[in-house]
Ligand binder design. Structure first.
Ligand SMILES: NC(=O)C1=CN([C@@H]2O[C@H](COP(=O)(O)OP(=O)(O)OC[C@H]3O[C@@H](n4cnc5c(N)ncnc54)[C@H](O)[C@@H]3O)[C@@H](O)[C@H]2O)[C@H](O)CC1
Ligand SMILES: [K+]
Length: 500
């Protein structure tokens, strides 16, 4: 796991590294700038490209000056530097890099407060105005400059953080950010990059390691963690030679109405493909033919029989919700499940909406159960939120209070645990944004629970492999859409590769 730190914690890690590696702060800045340049060169190899580097006078600006000098060494000859000297102060490392830049002879322009802005003709802009030191929304000269640059619609590459973007917390309403096509960010993705609010401000980000002290970073015990493939490889248990279907448990998926049988089919099929020993789907009678045709490996309980007749004990885990509807019989099933099943359950879709209407029932969920809301379901459950950051904060409070896992679905799905940790998933892509994907995730989570992964492990592994299967299909093949049924077929391959 990659711990995700706040800007203040990053500053502490910075200071600690400087003192204990030890390394001087100017050399750390040089290391960061070299890491930036190495990635930049990969993306923009054209040495004749016209590049303007906009520098503030803090350490982000210091990086910008070092980047300019290093690009010069790499024979980028069409570089222009604009230094925004809007305040009186500059940092010591900025000053050192300014001297070093002068020594290279690369030309630069300085603009002071209220100056006219120089005409900008370069194709690529490197944004080193402000970084993680941002402490208020852009105003005055910064706002004027950034608005001007945004209007030009050039390719913008941000150093560490796009100017004006808050690294964590709520981005003030109507605040302006220098929109970046790419942010090359130091050491770790910034928390705000992982939330949809940053979508309009940064298209892509790439993290480069600058060698901050990892032991110190881990000692900060951040509640926010970024899931990496190596974590999943460690968690997934290979199937042993003498395993049998009994080893891998029996999952029950309660889902579907006549009009929404697809949700039940996708969930049940995903459950079987993600390795449940046995899968049973509780569905309406009219869906039996579809189920037997689409996925003959899955057994059925016909919905509408007396709820009391379901032998809950037979199942190692139960998932409820996809396409379930909100009719009385759906509510009866949910009530009966919560009253009689004492192991963690997976609650999705319509079952989440039923819980939203019945807060007392929500409190009775078996400990360590998993809720898988998307944004709207989350707000129905826990109240309207103005931002994703606010949602993550609420999820931490609610998961701890109710002793459950909350899987808040999104591009970087956030898994919040009963201990109050928030794990950001690192896989998935826009081709997966289609109806039915959530049903697949529910099936995968059930499959992992019945295979005796703990609920937190099931969430972490489940979200990762769900996104990874989508990535394996979409990215190398340039697929613009990956349908849920296709993703299900990929799951055994994805899991097998991660176990190998
Ligand atoms: N550990 C690392 O990740 C390293 C990061 N480096 C770079 O350092 C910057 C952060 O530098 P810092 O000097 O702390 O802040 P900034 O340059 O972002 O800002 C300078 C200064 O500006 C003032 N300020 C804040 N908000 C505003 C505003 N809205 N308008 C005007 N002025 C503002 C405030 O006083 C800031 O201090 C980081 O992003 C990296 O690029 C190191 O180079 C290597 C280690
Ligand atoms: K920047």
């Amino acid at each position: 796991m990659l711990p995700l730190l706040t800007a203040e914690q990053i500053r502490r890690a910075d200071t600690h590294t400087i003192q204990h590696e030890p390394i001087s702060s100017i050399n750390l800045m040089e290391r960061a700038s070299k890491a930036f340049v190495a990635w930049f060169i990969n993306h923009f190899p054209e040495r004749s490209a016209s590049i303007s580097i906009y520098c503030g006078t803090g350490n982000n600006g210091g990086d910008g000056l070092a980047v300019a000098r290093l690009l010069g060494h790499h024979r980028y000859l069409n570089i222009k530097i604009v230094i925004a000297r809007f305040g009186k102060n500059s940092t010591a490392d900025f000053d050192i890099n300014f001297e070093r830049l002068i020594a290279t002879g690369i030309p630069y322009t300085e603009i002071q407060a209220n100056d006219d802005l120089p005409e900008e003709k370069s194709d690529i802009l490197i944004d080193a105005l402000l970084g993680s030191g941002l402490n208020k929304p852009l105003a005055g000269d910064y706002l004027r400059l950034v608005t001007y640059l945004n209007d030009l619609q050039k390719t913008v590459v941000a150093v560490d953080v796009p100017t004006g973007l808050y690294t964590e917390g709520d981005q003030p309403k109507d605040s302006v950010v220098l929109k970046a096509d790419l942010a090359i960010t130091f050491q770790q993705p910034k928390l705000s990059f992982l939330l949809p609010g940053s979508g309009g401000h940064v298209d892509h980000w790439q993290c480069v390691n600058i060698g901050l002290d990892e032991r110190f970073i881990r000692s900060l015990d951040s509640p926010y963690q970024y899931i990496e493939e190596k974590d999943i490889r460690q968690m997934l248990k290979p199937r042993t030679r003498f395993s049998n279907k009994g080893t891998f448990g029996h999952a029950l998926i309660i889902a579907g109405q006549p009009e929404t049988m697809g949700a039940a089919l996708l969930s049940a099929s995903a459950c079987a493909h993600a390795g449940a020993g046995l899968t049973t789907a509780c569905i309406p009678e009219s869906g039996l033919t579809a189920l037997n045709t689409y996925q003959p490996e899955v057994m059925a309980i016909v919905r509408g029989v007396k709820v009391a007749d379901i032998n809950w004990e037979k199942f190692s885990s139960v998932a409820i919700g996809p396409g379930l509807g909100k009719e009385q019989d759906a509510k009866d099933l949910l009530d009966d499940l919560i009253a009689n099943f004492k192991k963690p359950v997976v609650v999705d879709a319509d079952a989440l909406n039923l819980l939203a209407d019945d807060p007392e029932l929500l409190k009775k969920l078996p400990a360590n159960s998993i809720l898988t809301p998307h944004m709207k379901e989350f707000d129905r459950l826990f109240g309207e939120h103005q931002s994703w950051w606010a949602r993550v904060r609420t999820a931490i409070v609610k998961a701890t209070e109710l002793k459950i896992c909350i899987v808040l679905k999104n591009s970087y799905t956030v898994i919040v645990t009963p201990e109050g940790k928030a794990y950001f998933n690192s896989t998935s892509n826009a081709a997966m944004a289609s109806g039915g994907m959530g049903d697949v995730l529910t099936g995968i989570l059930s499959a992992l629970l019945v295979q005796k992964y703990s609920p937190v492990e099931a969430c972490i592994i489940g979200c990762f492999i769900h996104g990874k299967a989508g990535d394996e299909l979409a990215l190398p093949n340039r697929m613009s859409v990956v349908l849920p049924g296709k993703l299900i077929q990929q799951l055994p391959l994805t899991m097998g590769k991660l176990m190998g």
